[in-house]
Unconditional design. Structure first.
Ligand SMILES: *[C@@H]1O[C@H](CO)[C@@H](O)[C@H](O)[C@H]1NC(C)=O
Ligand SMILES: *[C@@H]1O[C@H](CO)[C@@H](O)[C@H](O)[C@H]1NC(C)=O
Ligand SMILES: *[C@@H]1O[C@H](CO)[C@@H](O)[C@H](O)[C@H]1NC(C)=O
Ligand SMILES: *[C@@H]1O[C@H](CO)[C@@H](O)[C@H](O)[C@H]1NC(C)=O
Ligand SMILES: *[C@@H]1O[C@H](CO)[C@@H](O)[C@H](O)[C@H]1NC(C)=O
Ligand SMILES: *[C@@H]1O[C@H](CO)[C@@H](O)[C@H](O)[C@H]1NC(C)=O
Ligand SMILES: *[C@@H]1O[C@H](CO)[C@@H](O)[C@H](O)[C@H]1NC(C)=O
Ligand SMILES: *[C@@H]1O[C@H](CO)[C@@H](O)[C@H](O)[C@H]1NC(C)=O
Ligand SMILES: *[C@@H]1O[C@H](CO)[C@@H](O)[C@H](O)[C@H]1NC(C)=O
Ligand SMILES: *[C@@H]1O[C@H](CO)[C@@H](O)[C@H](O)[C@H]1NC(C)=O
Ligand SMILES: *[C@@H]1O[C@H](CO)[C@@H](O)[C@H](O)[C@H]1NC(C)=O
Ligand SMILES: *[C@@H]1O[C@H](CO)[C@@H](O)[C@H](O)[C@H]1NC(C)=O
Length: 571
């Protein structure tokens, strides 16, 4: 603490002191502008130290006034005068610290502006709070403080009568480094709503105008700037000797500004700087995103995640639009009631062993502050039941084949009928591809022998292809052709039985059962079987029976025996 040690000229209080005159107005200044460090700071009124001379008294604060470099200090002071003493000039001195043992002080302020003896260091920096001396207020403000301004100050009140003057005791001012920070005001920041940050310089001084600059730092980026920002400087005159300096930064908050740091730096004369850094919280919400496969196979697990990037985190939930209530859009809440509502910004929809019933429209609702966003997901559960073929695969020749290949599936399957070569199916005439109804009908109006064979129903569902076979059999009832017959020549009986049928008929000759010597010749061409028997007979029957048989039917026919003219043997 500085003491009154250096400078001994300052007069000491004398016996004819007037009563203390406490001017509360002065102390209001003190509390407004700087902090007073004194053992009596709390009691305020007892701070006065009064020195009197010639019935004139000067009251000064007792103790040490602290202030910060770059800012300003007010030294509160009041005086009273005897009735025959008219104050004309106020002169403030600073004790000379470089000559501690001397009695020198230099003038730092003279109320007579013409006085040339004001120390150059203090020119323009000191002014009276109350320019009117008759108000008995000798308080001064010293602006643009430097640490070298620390020291003891005293005041002298001069009267118009030469030689009549009154001096004060000393007051100690201690100037420390600048530690006060600017005040940064941030309104609530919302994406898309222009906002203005305000940075107010510390101290309410009337000295040099401070320089206020803004910098913006994005996480991970050294130097950055808010694009499209507008800054503005403002100086408000609070009183004749106090000013508030502030700067505004106006910009359009966006999600990228969230979490970044904005620094306001204030530079006073003498390169005294102080800064304050604030972190921006911008309320924003990005689009709702749904990830996961919306198409799942029956029995698998549906796993959808709905997320929305926002600040503060949004409340996200899933609902299902039930189909029965499509008109009034009833939504079934999928969140369990017991679950606390967590604002995590995401929600998972997980259904294991899905069935076709789980298909439908699911809605993700994201609530962010008083905004609600929705996004829809159309879930499809794909399935395919085993395909089947209905209809009769055994067809009588000449009649129609009507086979239907059925598949229950979602989405609908592509169903096709094919038959291997040589016969190919004619699109539109032979087949009816009803793929949308989950079935395809193979219709062949008139079956021929060539139509028999393996038909294939091909079912293509998503990435699987299934084949179902139909073994189509064409039945052709056996028939004995009219070119068949028997004739006998001498003792040799020749019978020919020509038959058609599918499957190829077998031909039996019951006559042969009683004979041991005969020849049978069978020739097959296409669907015709030709059986010829030759045998020697003693006694000729009237008819011979041919029995033909194919799995499906048996046909018998008796051939009358024609007698050919016997070949004349030697006569
Ligand atoms: C404001 O914009 C100007 C020019 O675009 C830039 O130089 C300055 O750094 C920006 N200020 C902040 C705080 O981003
Ligand atoms: C503030 O006071 C200064 C002089 O002290 C003057 O030049 C300036 O115009 C005033 N500003 C306002 C806004 O009153
Ligand atoms: C002010 O101080 C900064 C460092 O704090 C220094 O870089 C700069 O040169 C100084 N400017 C002046 C004018 O002294
Ligand atoms: C669902 O998908 C997410 C990622 O998309 C994964 O982390 C999670 O384990 C999955 N849950 C199940 C049950 O498969
Ligand atoms: C609307 O939904 C309610 C159930 O929430 C149901 O009772 C009602 O029938 C529905 N109305 C229509 C037109 O679907
Ligand atoms: C899946 O659901 C079906 C029908 O609902 C059921 O028969 C089957 O056992 C379930 N499988 C598992 C693994 O839960
Ligand atoms: C959201 O709430 C704020 C105040 O909390 C209000 O100013 C704003 O208009 C509201 N927005 C909507 C869309 O309701
Ligand atoms: C879901 O289906 C509805 C009606 O079927 C349709 O209006 C909507 O566009 C679909 N949404 C998506 C994301 O496919
Ligand atoms: C199929 O058709 C054949 C010939 O008409 C008939 O004999 C058979 O009994 C039928 N089969 C069935 C299962 O209807
Ligand atoms: C084929 O058979 C189905 C029944 O199995 C029948 O509904 C359909 O009319 C038949 N088609 C033709 C062309 O006879
Ligand atoms: C059958 O006809 C349909 C439409 O008439 C056509 O889309 C399809 O390609 C045809 N299939 C073949 C094998 O020709
Ligand atoms: C088709 O059916 C016929 C008569 O029923 C049978 O002889 C044939 O072996 C069958 N073909 C196949 C490939 O099963």
């Amino acid at each position: 603490m500085f003491t009154a040690f250096y400078c001994k000229v300052c007069p000491v209080g004398e016996s004819d002191c007037l009563k203390l005159q406490i001017r509360m107005k002065v102390f209001m200044w003190a509390t407004l502008l700087f902090s007073v460090r004194s053992s009596n700071a709390d009691t305020g009124a007892s701070l006065d130290r009064t020195s009197c001379h010639n019935n004139s008294c000067i009251s000064l604060i007792e103790g040490e006034i602290t202030a910060e470099a770059g800012l300003c200090v007010v030294i509160p002071c009041s005086f009273s005068t005897a009735s025959d003493f008219t104050a004309q000039n106020l002169v403030w001195f600073k004790c000379e610290p470089s000559k501690p043992k001397s009695t020198e002080s230099h003038i730092i302020f003279h109320s007579n502006k013409k006085n040339q003896n004001v120390h150059p260091e203090f020119k323009q920096r000191v002014s009276l709070l109350e320019p009117e001396i008759s108000q008995n207020n000798c308080s001064i403000i010293i602006n643009d403080l430097k640490e070298s301004d620390s020291g003891s100050y005293w005041v002298r009140v001069k009267s118009s009568m030469p030689g009549r003057q009154s001096g004060s005791q000393q007051v100690t001012v201690s100037v420390k480094g600048l530690s006060q920070k600017p005040t940064v005001m941030i309104p609530p920041l919302t994406e898309g709503h222009q906002a203005t940050l305000t940075c107010t310089a510390p101290g309410l001084c009337s000295g040099s105008v401070p320089e206020i600059t803004w910098t913006w730092r994005r996480a991970g980026v050294n130097d950055s700037h808010i694009t499209g920002n507008i800054t503005d400087f403002k100086a408000e005159n609070l009183t004749v000797v106090t000013q508030r300096h502030s700067s505004t930064l106006t910009f359009d908050p966006s999600p990228e500004h969230h979490g970044t740091e904005v620094t306001c730096k204030v530079r006073f004369t003498g390169n005294m700087t102080t800064e304050e850094t604030v972190t921006l919280n911008v309320s924003y919400m990005k689009e709702v995103k749904i990830t996961g496969k919306t198409s799942v196979k029956e029995g698998e697990t549906l796993n959808l995640t709905c997320s929305v990037e926002s600040f503060p985190p949004s409340f996200v939930m899933w609902t299902k639009l039930s189909e029965q209530n499509m008109q009034n859009r009833t939504e079934a809440n999928l969140q369990k009631d017991t679950e606390p509502q967590k604002q995590t910004g995401m929600a998972a929809l997980s259904i294991s062993n899905v069935t076709a019933d789980h298909s439908g429209q699911y809605i993700c609702t994201a609530k962010h502050l008083n905004h609600t966003l929705k996004k829809q997901a159309n879930v499809t559960v794909t399935f395919m039941r085993n395909p089947s073929i209905t209809g009769n695969t055994t067809v009588i020749m000449g009649e129609s084949l009507n086979l239907t290949c059925n598949v229950q599936s979602f989405p609908p399957t592509i169903i096709m009928w094919t038959k291997p070569c040589p016969t190919s199916l004619h699109n539109g005439t032979d087949t009816d591809l009803q793929t949308n109804s989950g079935s395809a009908t193979l219709f062949i109006p008139e079956m021929t022998a060539e139509h028999s064979g393996m038909y294939r129903c091909i079912v293509k569902h998503m990435d699987t292809t299934l084949h179902v076979l139909a073994n189509v059999t064409v039945i052709w009832f056996p028939k004995i052709l009219s070119s068949s017959g028997c004739e006998v020549q001498s003792d040799v009986l020749t019978c020919v039985c020509i038959s058609e049928g599918l499957p190829l008929p077998t031909i039996k000759w019951p006559l042969l059962e009683n004979h041991t010597e005969y020849s049978v010749t069978t020739t097959v061409s296409n669907h015709t079987v030709n059986s010829t028997i030759i045998l020697t007979v003693n006694h000729v029957n009237r008819s011979v029976e041919c029995v033909i048989n194919n799995k499906n039917w048996e046909v018998k026919q008796n051939f009358a025996i024609r007698k050919s003219l016997p070949v004349q043997q030697g006569g």
